[in-house]
Structure formats: C-alpha cells, structure tokens
Write a new protein. Structure first.
Length: 458
C-alpha cells in the first residue's frame, strides 16, 4: 500500500508553508487542485495540513527526543515526521497506519530516510497513549502540549485572561472558525447578496452586525461568484464591528492608519453610506505596494472617495501627507499586532510569534496612536483596534496613551450602546470592546473609541 494522495498533499502543503513562509489557507486551494482532491480526501488533507501547522512546535519537541541529530534531519523528512506524529498524537490514528503512511510518504523524497521515519514514528506511537504527559488541568506544560500552543503564549493568556477564560480560548483556537462575509453596498443590495449565496448553497444567515452574513456552508460561499464579483468580502464579524466605529457624521473625513489591503476601508465607507452619505477616506500604509493594492482593490469594488497615501505613521513626520494636524473627524488605527485573537484562521502563526513580538508591536501601536491624536480635530475621535487579545497590546497601550502627554484631552467612550444584542459580554468594565474566540463565534478583537474634547469656547 502506497501513501494516500491526501497524506502526500498534506506533506506537500506543510513543506510549501515552511519554505515560502506562506499561510496555509493561501496554499490549500492550489494544493487540492494540484493533487486533484475533493470530498473526503480533500477534507483529510485539510485536517492533516492545518493540524500539523498548528502543532508544529509541539510535534518538534516530541520528535527531537527521538532523533539522534535533530539539527541534521532533512527539512522535508521532518515534515513527513510532523504529519505522522500529528496523526498519532492528535488524531489517534492507529500506529500501523500512521507509521506505514509516513514510511511510504518519505520514499518518494529520500528513500534512505525510510528507516529513520519508521523508527521515530514507532517511538512516538509507543508514547502516544500517555500524551500530553501530564494533567492539563494542573500542569501548564501539559495544557500547552494538549492544545498545541507555545508555552509562553499559554502563560501570557493565563495571566491576562484568568484560568477559565484562557483555557477556553486555547481550546477554541483549535476549532475551525465560522466564515463571515461583509456586504459591499457599492456592488449591489444586501437582498441580492443573500439570494445569490442561498442559490449557491452557502446557507447564509444574517449576523448581529448590519451587512454581516455567516455562511453555514463555507466551501459553497468560497466557490460562489459573489466574492470575485465584489458583492462581499470575507471579514470576521468582530472586525466588521470594529470598522463600523470609525465613521463620523455623513460626509465626514476618516483617516485610516495601517490600512493594508483595505478591507476595513470598504467597511468604513459602507458605514458612511448607510448613515446617509459617503465620507472622505484617507487610507495610509507604510508600504507602497500595499497602497497600490488597496487603490486597485477599491476600484474593483466600486468604493468611492478613497485617497491612498504612503506614509510611515509611526512618526509624526507623516502628518502633512495625511492632511495635516486636526484634519480628520475620525482616525482609525488598525494597529499591527500579534494576531492572537485570530489564530484559528492562521494555524501556523502561533509558532512564528515570540514574546518580543508582542512588546515590539505594542510600541508600534502606541506610536501610531500618537500620530492619530494629532490628526483628529477637537471634538473628533480616534478608534484604536487590534485582532489580538494580549493585555500588552491592548489595555497597556491605551492606558499608556491616556496617561501621557499625547493623550491629554482624550477620554475613552463607552461602547455599551453600540454593541448589538447578544454581544453585551464583549464590552469590558471600561466600556471597551473585547471579543474572544469561541466555537461558533467571532475572532478575538479589541477596539476603543477615544474622543478628543472640543476646543474651549472664548
């Protein structure tokens, strides 16, 4: 019996993600096409590949114990071992199947490594019944292994969220996330979008956020033509809510910092349109290629009144190209972050992060917030938003800003009245928005609205 196409495809995807530093979800479609997989085989490839990527560090910890020279193993052979170890430890595949499939998978890559793969996977199989080698309810290291998270991240979440909530989050990170799409009113009506998704078998359901739709049949929604036609964009429900906070009065001006590819740009302008009139949006990013992509994307989506700017918004030297001091009614800081609230969608990201990234990104967010404070007019407001759930990047950044010189005249505005019914638990005691990943719900996002006091009258 040779290796199954699903396992060969999974190993291929894992290797491609490693060599290209690409995201698994970007590689999945092309991989399934390359191996001509569908149905159950495609589903097995998806589970194996995503699971292996999400558990990479845990798998390497175990494999290295059984390799004579871990640093000398060929990278592709290690990928085969990772897939096999994932089957043994997380899928509980019978040893005879997982070991044999690992050996057959490596034959076409490096036949001389067959013996190593056979020996190592047999040793892992012998240990598998005792995995995660401790009680996750009592042992933090066992909890990290059982949920395939770096130990430092589990400790951070336990400290930031408390034991019960953190444990729920790390388990939720291994459950597939729902697929949400955001209606693009510049390409058609919401009713048209719902009808099209229904006819395509996507089983759409309206979300609490206006224009947000959950597809209960994600594969059908992704295959539907409504996405390439621009009638909607894929965007998490909580991300859609955060973007909705950044529109001011109809016809106002919003400056968006770190706009990236412009998903929130479209969402902000759509919110303006629903309120009565489109606004003027200045979308800024530090990278010229991203600014070009955003400009092209907005044109394809039919989103009007967008000005793209290349600017390093971590320094106040960028003020003039952004319109000048006090030029915006609202400023959206979509801060670069560690993305710990959206690990379900990027399974490999947890192993590409380290604790220093959290500190570095928090500092970048704070500098962008300083720039935003100068851009917003008196009486206007700043939205600070992330897709992370670490206190260092959220609470500490906002507290530092408000207690410093740059934050003078600013105060956080409670979002209690803005969240839709059913989302009340996402509002903190300070009135800030904070969602946490949970099965069947949105990703983890953070947002606060910081209002600048009006200038005193004479």
């Amino acid at each position: 019996m040779t290796a199954t196409p699903a396992r060969l495809a999974a190993r291929y995807l894992v290797s491609e993600a490693r060599t290209r530093q690409a995201w698994g979800h970007e590689l999945l479609g092309p991989t399934l096409d390359r191996f001509e997989l569908s149905g159950r085989e495609a589903a097995l490839t998806t589970r194996l590949a995503y699971g292996t990527l999400s558990a990479e560090g845990t798998l390497d910890e175990i494999l290295n114990r059984h390799l004579d020279r871990p640093g000398r193993i060929h990278p592709q052979v290690r990928d085969v071992l990772r897939v096999g170890a994932y089957e043994l430890l997380f899928m509980r595949t019978p040893a005879r199947v997982a070991v044999h499939q690992g050996v057959e998978s490596v034959r076409g890559l490096q036949p001389s490594a067959s013996g190593v793969v056979n020996a190592v996977l047999r040793k892992v199989a012998a240990e598998a019944p005792r995995f995660p080698w401790g009680d996750p309810d009592e042992d933090i290291e066992a909890l990290a292994r059982a949920t395939a998270h770096p130990l430092w991240l589990v400790r951070t979440l336990l400290n930031d969220l408390g034991s019960e909530t953190a444990r729920a989050v790390v388990h939720a990170n291994n459950v597939p996330a729902p697929l949400y799409v955001a209606h693009n009113p510049f390409r058609g009506s919401l009713e048209t979008l719902l009808d099209r998704l229904s006819s395509d078998g996507a089983d759409p359901v309206a979300c609490p956020i206006h224009g947000c739709i959950e597809s209960r049949e994600p594969a059908a929604a992704i295959r539907s033509s409504v996405i390439p036609e621009g009638l909607c964009l894929i965007a998490d429900a909580a991300a859609q809510f955060c973007a909705s906070l950044a529109s001011s009065e109809p016809g106002g001006t919003t400056t968006e910092i770190a706009a990236g590819r412009g998903t929130k740009t479209m969402l902000i302008q759509a919110e303006y349109l629903r309120a009565g009139a489109t606004g003027r949006l200045i979308a800024a990013d530090a990278h010229a290629f991203k600014a070009r992509l955003l400009e092209e994307r907005m044109a394809l989506l039919g989103v009007p009144d967008i000005t793209t700017v290349v600017a390093d918004t971590t320094t106040t030297d960028s003020l003039d190209v952004l319109g000048g001091p006090a030029s915006a009614d609202a400023v959206m800081v979509d801060a670069p972050c560690s993305g710990t609230g959206a690990l379900r969608r990027h399974p490999e990201k947890r192993w590409r992060l380290n604790p220093t990234d959290v500190d570095r990104l928090a500092e970048i967010g704070l500098r962008m917030l300083h720039t935003a404070a100068l851009l917003v007019r008196p009486g206007g407001f700043v939205v600070y938003s992330t897709c992370t759930i670490t206190e260092r990047e959220n609470r500490e950044v906002v507290d530092t800003f408000l207690s410093g010189e740059a934050g003078e005249g600013f105060a956080s505005r409670s979002l209690q009245a803005r969240v839709p019914a059913g989302w009340e638990a996402f509002v903190s005691s300070e009135g800030w928005f904070r969602s946490l990943p949970a099965p069947g719900g949105p990703d983890g996002h953070f947002a606060t609205v910081l209002s600048r006091s009006p200038e005193p009258s004479d």
